[in-house]
Design a protein around this ligand. Structure first.
Ligand SMILES: Nc1ncnc2c1ncn2[C@@H]1O[C@H](COP(=O)(O)OP(=O)(O)OP(=O)(O)O)[C@@H](O)[C@H]1O
Ligand SMILES: [Mg+2]
Length: 354
């Protein structure tokens, strides 16, 4: 059996091979993803066709070729054909091809990605701290609360007549409410029961539910990638995670003139979450046309008990994030007035692909 690993295809750095005339002779998956181009459109194409405004990029390539010396340029901006702009570190190495002719090996490393990874790590660290605080607080609350509830029950039995029972009932009911709140704060306790699941089934189920909740007032647009393979996940918990996000989206969209949500699915290659690089992840975008997340809340929406609503408990997103993190996934958000998008990334394989 051949156990060799295709290093070029599995590396997160974009690699492009150019011949002496600066024509593309090879391009790995990471470079295609970074430049948002496909292999079939790029092989045989001149390097100046890969990006818009290619002057600076061409200059580096030509210089490396001319001087026959490697060149590195950090923090270069590339304008992609798609209209996006990316910031990269570029390294250009002169190499000899199999015929002995001079060519170039171009390495492209996205800087945003690196910054994002360190940001993700600090977010995860902050979440761990919050969890520890919540766990000890929950313990401190639940024990005396059980005592209060038990005492109220005993009292209810000893009280003469029914008219005072109303008060003990209030104590018991409020104690139960507080216990439920603490349980929700602690998040889902059960272990994940993972099985291959069809993410579109989950989304379709929730689409019907949310439509019903809105009295059919919401329009839910779909942009699904039908070729998406099954994703390993705990169906019940993922439904909960996505439901919390969709409920927020519905609540926000009802503030717009027409109430519209959009569900979009895609597969994404070579995606790093925390320290793990996955060959394939499933991406789900949930967008609404509501007013956007208030700026003063933006940095804290995933923190438990942070809410912008009079009736909100501020737990929905904290629970969603905890479930998605348990799956080894990532929950992100971008928001401006008229368009708020929550993006879920879920690994398609649980093993580290590196
Ligand atoms: N799609 C959205 N558009 C605008 N603001 C949002 C959106 N999603 C979340 N938010 C803001 O983030 C806050 C936190 O959301 P989260 O779901 O955690 O709590 P909540 O909705 O207030 O309460 P609940 O526990 O009932 O879900 C919300 O109160 C709201 O201000
Ligand atoms: Mg909510």
């Amino acid at each position: 059996m051949d156990h060799s690993i295709d290093i070029l295809e599995n590396i997160s750095t974009g690699i492009i091979g150019l011949d002496g005339r600066l024509t593309v002779v090879s391009i790995n998956s990471a470079a295609q993803a970074l430049l948002e181009v496909s292999m079939s459109r790029t092989i045989g194409v001149h390097a100046d066709q890969l990006v818009l405004h290619p002057d600076e990029w061409l200059q580096d390539l030509k210089q490396a070729l001319l001087n026959n010396a490697p060149l590195t340029q950090r923090g270069m901006t590339l304008n992609l054909l798609s209209g996006h702009e990316i910031h990269v570190d570029l390294t250009v190495n002169p190499v000899l091809d199999k015929q002995g002719e001079m060519g170039l090996l171009v390495e492209i490393q996205a800087i945003d990605r690196l910054l994002k990874i360190s940001r993700e790590e600090s977010i995860q660290h902050a979440q761990e701290t919050t969890k520890t605080v919540i766990r000890s607080l929950a313990h401190e609350i639940k024990n005396p609360l059980a005592g209060v509830r038990g005492a109220a029950q005993l009292l209810a039995r000893e009280l003469p007549g029914d008219h005072l029972g109303e008060y003990t009932q209030i104590i018991i009911k409020e104690a139960d409410r507080l216990r439920d709140l603490v349980d929700r704060l602690l998040g889902p306790r059960q272990e994940l029961s993972m099985a291959p699941l069809n993410i579109h089934e989950v989304l379709e189920h929730l689409r019907k539910l949310i439509r019903a909740e809105s009295d059919n007032k919401v329009e839910i647009l779909r942009d699904y990638d039908p070729s998406l393979p099954d994703t390993p996940g705990d169906k019940a918990q993922l439904i909960q995670a996505v439901l919390n996000i969709m409920r927020n989206a519905l609540q926000a969209a009802t503030q717009a003139e027409d109430c519209v949500l959009t569900l979009r699915t895609r597969s994404q290659r070579q995606f790093t979450i925390g320290a793990t690089r996955h060959r394939l992840v499933c991406r789900v975008d949930i967008s609404d046309n509501g007013p956007g997340i208030p700026e003063n809340l933006m940095h804290a929406i995933f923190v438990p008990m942070v809410t912008g609503k009079a009736e909100g408990t501020g737990l929905g997103l904290a629970i969603s994030q905890s479930i998605i993190n348990h799956h080894g996934g990532l929950l992100e958000c971008s928001s401006r007035p008229g368009k708020t998008t929550f993006t879920i990334f879920l690994p398609m394989e649980t093993k580290d692909a590196q």
